[in-house]
Design a protein around this ligand. Sequence first.
Ligand SMILES: [Zn+2]
Length: 327
Amino acid sequence: MTSTANTARSAALQQVSADAPHVAEYEGWWQVPDGLLTKAQLADLEFPRRPTETPAGRVWSEDFRGRPDRLLVDLYRPEACLPTGASAAQLQAAAARSTTRSYQCAVCGCRPERTLDSSNPLCQVCSHIQRLQRQQNKARQAQRFAADRLAEAMTWPGAVVLHTTEKGQLTSSGRPRPPLSARISAVAAADGRKLLDVTVSLVTSPRARLRDPDATPAAEITDKVIAVLGGKPLICWAHNDIATLSRAVPYDWPATEHHTQRPRLVTIETWSTAWRAQLTAKGGPIPARHPGTADRLWLHLTRIVASADLGDVERTAGYPEGIEPSG
Ligand SMILES: [Zn+2]
């Protein structure tokens, strides 16, 4: 909020405390409970009402006429407001003249008392459904795009599906200690064959008190890890897989995602979310979870690839407009 808006706001607050009983104040329209109407909305009711002397609440609103400060808009409870003086005949005449007001939803046929925009007369539920359907259509486009993209990555020659985890411990006060070891597992993208499953110690000092008894010292295993993964296209869930790999086995691992330059790397978390294409009831994407292990990640990927082979689906040339590949 600007300082002018703050001044306007505190002036308004003083005004409220000086001459009115407590009136609820809302920070924005999102906070206003259903059923409170502005003066203009009371006038636009099918059977219009006069605002009460004291509003039931106030809301801070943008000034839609382009002025920079926010406005404090009065809100009323229509049940508490008296009818205007307009007679049935006057209301009928006004309705006949109006070209912008509608009191019937074009889809479900409900008849709200509040006016609907006659260019697209939809009730709240129908416009919500319409918005969700649009979001589902976009999600479906993103799903096809993700499937195509990952199907291509799975055919990269020598591609490896990689999964890493770190084993840590907590201090006695519950804070995480630096990880003791890293488990690196990998399967071949082509057939899911196990290529690697090693646990590498991340503790370098030989005298360190804490170490993972199941972990192999990095010096003994570095060559093997590099022989399996070095220079190969890597497919993993997220960048932390590469970070863990680099911590355990220092090497020139690909740092950024690339589909064309070598070495290739793709992190699939956002693609997986896009492919699942499941939305919340509010229309946001539901983030995908890691399947759990390298071989399960491979299974997930093969299912994605299979869905890309459906053939007659419409292909999009770029990432569908309006959908971010992030989660
Ligand atoms: Zn409706």
